[in-house]
Structures are given as C-alpha cells and as structure tokens.
Design a protein around this ligand. Sequence first.
Ligand code: SPV
Ligand code: MG
Length: 545
Amino acid sequence: MDSRKAESTPSRARQLKDLLQSKDVTVLMEAHNGLSAKLAEEAGFSALWGSGLAISAALGVRDANEASWTDVLQVLEFMADASSLPILLDGDTGYGNFNNVRRLVRKLEQRQVAGVCLEDKLFPKTNSFIDGEKQVLAQVDEFAGKIRAAKDTQADSDFVVVARTEAFIAGWGLEEALLRATAYAEAGADCILVHSKRKDSQDIMSFMEHWTYATPVVIVPTKYPTEPIASFMEAGISNFIFANQAIRSVITTLQTNLGKLAKTRDLMAVEHDIATVDEIFRLQDVQELKRSEKLYLPTPEGDVRGLILAATQGDFGELVQDKPKAMLFLHGKPIISWHVEAFRRQGVKKIGVVRGFKKEAVKLAGLDYFDNDEFADTGELFSLYQARDYLQGDTIIAYGDIIFDDFILQRLLTHGEGISIAVDAAWKMRKRTDPVRDLVVTEGLDDPIGETHCTLVKAGSAVSAEEASGEWIGLLRLGADKIEMVRGLLEKLAQEEPEVLRKGDLPQLLNRLVDAGEEVGALHIYGHWRDLDDQKDLLAARAGR
Ligand code: SPV
Ligand code: MG
C-alpha cells in the first residue's frame, strides 16, 4: 500500500467513530462473510455490521453462541480482508465476563475490526426475537463493568464500544431502558443501541424523548421497517443497522434457484438469473494475481513447449482404419496420451500436435493442433513446418510413435542450452530389422559421472550401421536461444529447397544444423524407450515384450 495513502486515510476505528458521531445518516449493513462484506462495500455502504444472527446462520448454526467466539473471529478476519470498510462486530454478551471481553477487544483490534457491540444479556444468549419476554438481563453494574473493561483494554483510542440494552426486548420498559443506557454511557460507551421488537417506533421514540446524553444512539429497525428513516432523524437518531437483509437475500435466492434446479435438472433454468463465473473472478480480483504472477513467478524462459509429430498413418493394417497410429491404445490409453502425460509430469504444459491421417480422430482436450493435410506425400520436416509459429522458447519435439521413460525427457530438459537429442547407445541390443533407423555418429565423451560433452556428427540415412555410435530415439530439444534460427532454417528451405522441406525427415534437419556449424548435443541413454512403427511393435509393446 502507498504509505502516503495510509497516512491520509483514517483508521477504520476512526472512520466508524466519526460515522456514529456524525449527524448524517449512517447505515451499517449486515455482512456474514468475505463476499457479502465486499458486495456491501461495492453497493455503497460505509460501514458493516458483523451480525451474530447472520454469521451463525451462514455457518449453519443457531444465534445462541453455538459458533464459538473464535469461529466468529475467523469470519471477521475474512470480512476485514475482503473489504476496506469499518466493521462493528455484534459481540453478543462478550462471550463471558469482563475478562473474556478484554481478550475479545485485543483480538478484534489485531484484526482491524473497528468496534464491538455488547448486549446486556447472559451467556449463552438467544436472539432477541425469540421468546423476548423470557430473556434474562445482566445486572447493570456487572454489564457496566464489561463496558469499562472494554474501554480500558483498547489500544487504539478510536476503537468503538457500543452498549446495547435489551430492556424493551425483555419487557422491562422505558425506565429500565433509560437507566441502563445512562449507566452504560457513563461507563464510557461510545454509542447506545436501543433494541425493540415492536412493529412500530413507539419504544424508540419514547426513549429518544428522554435521552439527554451526547452519546449517540443506533437502532435496528428489523421489526419496524415501514417507519421512515426521516422520522428517526427528527427524533435525533442518525445511525441505523440493517441487520439481516444480506443473509435473507441469500436465503431467498438460493431457495428459488436451487429449487428450480432440483426440479428441472436444467442449468438453463437459472443461467440468466445468476452471476457469471467471470463475475466471481472479478470479485476475487483474479487480475491482481495474474499481474503478480508475472512479477514473482519464473519468467517465460522457464516455459517449455512440447510438439508431437503425429501425422503419418503407419503400417498398422486394420487397426488404423478410423484413426492414426498415435490414437491406438497401449495399456489403456492412446499412444499420444503417453506423450502428453510424460510432458506434463515434467512441467511441460503447452503441448502441440501435428495431425495428418484421420486428423479428426485426434482430439484430446487441452492441446494445440496443427494439420499437415498433405501427410501422404510429405515427411516430418513438412509436418514441423506446419507448426513453425509454435516454435517459441524452449521446445521439445517428439516423434508421435515412440514411448520413453520419464528420465529421458527430464535429462533432456536439464541438458543445458542449445540443441540436444537423446541417443540410445545400446541400439545394437534392440535387434531391430527396420530398413530405416535414425542412426547417428557422435563424438566426445558422455559419461554421466565425468566428462559429459558429446555432440552429433551426422544422422539418418547418411550413417551406416558400421560407423554408428547410437540411435536417435526421436526426442529433440531446441533451446530458446536457437529456436529462431531453426525457424529461419525452415523458412529458408521452404523458399529455396521446397522439395527437401516436403520430403525431408528430422535427421536431415539435424545434419543441416551440424553443417551450418551449430552444435547439437547428444545425450546418451541405454534403452528405456520403444519405437511403435508397425503392428508388430504395438503388439510387442502391449504384451510387454
Ligand atoms: C444480529 O444481527 O445478530 C442482532 C440484531 O443482534 S437482532 O437479530 O435483531 O438481535
Ligand atoms: Mg446479534
């Protein structure tokens, strides 16, 4: 917060005190949680009433001290955080004697609650509108002692203590009300709340005719809502507590809308009558969180993208009649899901897929899709070219027909900057007979506990089995520092050698990079991955062979 603003804005306690002392109308609007506190502020109220009735109702219990005072305090804390308005807590009887009141005041001040209203009944209290005549009042002296204790305890001299007399509620009449109000004002109360359950203003008006103290009065006109505010103003009252209209609004709205939903099972029965989800986000100030994330979370360099090349049909006979090989099931899920989950486990959230054959069958949620509609006549480079705009920041490119252990992706992600590929050094043991394998020649040492710098010399069809030092498994990392250069290379191919772009494979791209003097790091692994080139491969994988 701006410190100058903090200096110039009076404390919430000061604001409440000023409001209660002012001769202008002040309405303290009931709120019972953070959201209603915020909505009351947005509606234009200048102070809040932390109603015991409403808070207990919202918690699903009775207004009879069934919620503990610390339960109430917790609700107040949310209210004070969600709204900047001063809050007057309905502190019931103070949850005990003078000693409990002292601790309550300390805790309220710590939570920026502006004041507390204490009523002259006995703990545990009952709501004033229930069996009013049976309500037992506290002894005047004992209650005045509570008020003094509260005033002596407050650290901020502006903290407000309102003394509430229930003399009318308990049927004790005007004289008792005046006697009590006087004793409480003399004990130091900042304001007197005179409560009445009459359907007219007679109790209140007769009280005001005799009230001569400067101590302001506040009333709760729940039972006499038809009486105009102006007539109370004339009688010298300018403070009003709208004590329960928020919780009653909630109850009515929920009863209506939940009833409709239960009856119709149709979301459209209420859709246009209720707040949008975006409105919830606005009230929660999600925008602020987004701004802060930019400030405090790692920068986009840390955002790695994944791109899966899955355009080809593959040699899978009957199995790929209606879907490409990437969508064939392996151990309960499509092959492509294995990729997606592996990426997500490593924190790669933005994942793109280049589709081609039977593209409509590739429709996993949450992925970005690119289409190579010429999949039948083109190769991997052309598929990659379709997603060229997606190549931003660190990107991992994966063949769609391999599966691999997590550690390979994890090591590739932490393999420093630049371009790197995962190479299987145990390639001879795989006993593959495919005519085309992405064999590679590398140089340097790749010893996990020693020297680890090893680079690609050449890859793909240019490499014979005799000279090969490994097999590229189909995982390529393009670092953020190289991604633009690679995009440029693809564009150059598109313009100058379109046939190479159309027919070429990824090893050709790797060779071009090496020829251009780029270093392609080779990360060696020993097995722990599989090709799924054809039906035989898939059946072997399904059988765990
Ligand atoms: C409350 O809002 O909890 C009050 C006012 O104390 S009343 O319900 O009228 O007692
Ligand atoms: Mg109450």
